[in-house]
Design a protein around this ligand. Structure first.
Ligand code: AVJ
Length: 335
C-alpha cells in the first residue's frame, strides 16, 4: 500500500529576519532589568539552544517531579482526555510552549490509536526545539499533519485568530503558567479565551501546592543543573549582547514562599562588580550580594486555578490528577 505522507511545516513568526530585531529587543529588556532596583531579568530568555538543552536535563532530574507527575497523569487519563477532545469532530490541537512535547506525544499516540481527526500545532519560542520536534514527529507519525510555529505566546495566539471558526483544543501544559506573576497569568488566560469560540477546549497544567521542601529541591537540585540553567542567562547575554559577566562572580539562589505559593530564583552577585554590554555600550554596577530576580514559578490550589479559568470565560469541565495529587491538568470549556 502506498502511504501518502504530509510534510511537516515550520512557520517562523519570531521577530527576527536576520536576528537583529530580536537582539535589539533582548538588549532593551536586559538594559531595563539591570538598571532597576531590585534588578530583574525575564525567564523567557532562558530558552536559547543551550538553555533548552539544560531544561531537558532538568526534566530528567530526580528532584524535578513536575514533568514525571504530568507524564504519569497523562498516561493515566489519556483515553478520557482524547474522548473529551474529539467528541465534536475535527480539531486543531494547539500546544503552547510545546518544547520537546514529551507529554503531548502520549496524547498524539492515543489520538492516532483511536483514529481521531485532528492536526497538531505545537508553538514554542525556541526555533531549535520546534525544528527537532518537527523532524521527530515526521519519523514517528509520518502521516500526521503537523504545523510547528516558532513564536512568543502572544504572536502564536494570532495564528489562532486566522482559524477562528475551526474547532480548537488549546494545551498550556507543564506548569508554564507558573512563570507568570498571578495577575499576568490571569490576563494571559483571558487572552487565550479571546482567541477561542464557545465550545472550544482549554487544558491547563498546574503544579499544586505541596511540601515546601519538595518544591524547593526541584529548583535547587544537588547536581547543579538548575544553577547552570539560571547561569546560562548570563552566558547568553555575554554571547549575544557582548557582555562581560564573570560567571564566577554570581551564584544561583532559590527560595520558596509557602504562603504566596511561589518559587523564586535569583542570581546573586558575590562581590562589588561592574558589567559592560557592547550592545548598549553601558555599564551596570552590582554591589556585594545584590540579586537579580530571574524567575518565579507559581504554585496553585485547585480552587485558585478553577477560579482563574472561570474569570477568563471558561467553565470548568474536570481536573486530571496524578496519583500523588501533586499536579493537575485542568480541562475548561469556553462559554
Ligand atoms: C518550564 C516554567 C515549567 O518553572 O518549573 C525549571 C522552568 N525553571 N527549573 C518551572 C524551570 C527552573 C519550569 N517551567
Amino acid at each position: 500500500m502506498l502511504l501518502q505522507t504530509t510534510p511537516n511545516t515550520l512557520i517562523d513568526l519570531s521577530r527576527k529576519t536576520d536576528g537583529s530585531q530580536d537582539r535589539a529587543a533582548f538588549a532593551k529588556d536586559v538594559a531595563e532589568g539591570l538598571s532597576q532596583s531590585p534588578k530583574q531579568l525575564s525567564s523567557r530568555y532562558f530558552y536559547d539552544a543551550s538553555g533548552s538543552r539544560l531544561f531537558q536535563q532538568i526534566m530528567a532530574l530526580p528532584e524535578y517531579y513536575l514533568t514525571r507527575a504530568e507524564y504519569s497523569l497523562m498516561q493515566r487519563h489519556r483515553s478520557a482526555m482524547v474522548s473529551a477532545f474529539a467528541a465534536d469532530g475535527f480539531f486543531h490541537l494547539v500546544d503552547l510552549g510545546a518544547g520537546d512535547a514529551m507529554k503531548t506525544k502520549l496524547l498524539l499516540q492515543e489520538l492516532v490509536k483511536q483514529d481521531k481527526p485532528f492536526d497538531y500545532v505545537p508553538m514554542d519560542i525556541s526555533g531549535s526545539a520546534m525544528q527537532e520536534l518537527g523532524k521527530d514527529l515526521q519519523q514517528e507519525h509520518p502521516d500526521m499533519h503537523v504545523r510547528a510555529v516558532v513564536a512568543e505566546y502572544i504572536t502564536g495566539l494570532k495564528w489562532l485568530e486566522q482559524h477562528l471558526n475551526e474547532r480548537k483544543v488549546v494545551l498550556f501544559l507543564g506548569s508554564n503558567i507558573g512563570n507568570f506573576e498571578r495577575e499576568d497569568g490571569q490576563d494571559f488566560i483571558c487572552q487565550i479565551r479571546q482567541h477561542l469560540q464557545p465550545g472550544d477546549l482549554f487544558m491547563l497544567g498546574v503544579d499544586l501546592r505541596k511540601d515546601p521542601g519538595i518544591i524547593l529541591a526541584a529548583y535547587n537540585d544537588a547536581s547543579g543543573i538548575t544553577a547552570a540553567f539560571n547561569m546560562n542567562l548570563l552566558e547568553r547575554i555575554n554571547r549575544e549582547l557582548g557582555g562581560n559577566f564573570d560567571l564566577n562572580g554570581f551564584k544561583h539562589y532559590a527560595l520558596y514562599d509557602p504562603q504566596l505559593g511561589v518559587m523564586k530564583s535569583f542570581l546573586v552577585s558575590q562581590r562589588d562588580q561592574e558589567v559592560y554590554l557592547e550592545a548598549t555600550q553601558e555599564r551596570y554596577t552590582f554591589t556585594a550580594w545584590e540579586a537579580i530576580h530571574t524567575e518565579s514559578s507559581h504554585k496553585y490550589t485547585l480552587p485558585q486555578a478553577t477560579e482563574m479559568g472561570r474569570l477568563a470565560g471558561f467553565e470548568f469541565v474536570t481536573s486530571y490528577l496524578d496519583e500523588e495529587g501533586g499536579f493537575a491538568d485542568m480541562l475548561f470549556r469556553a462559554v
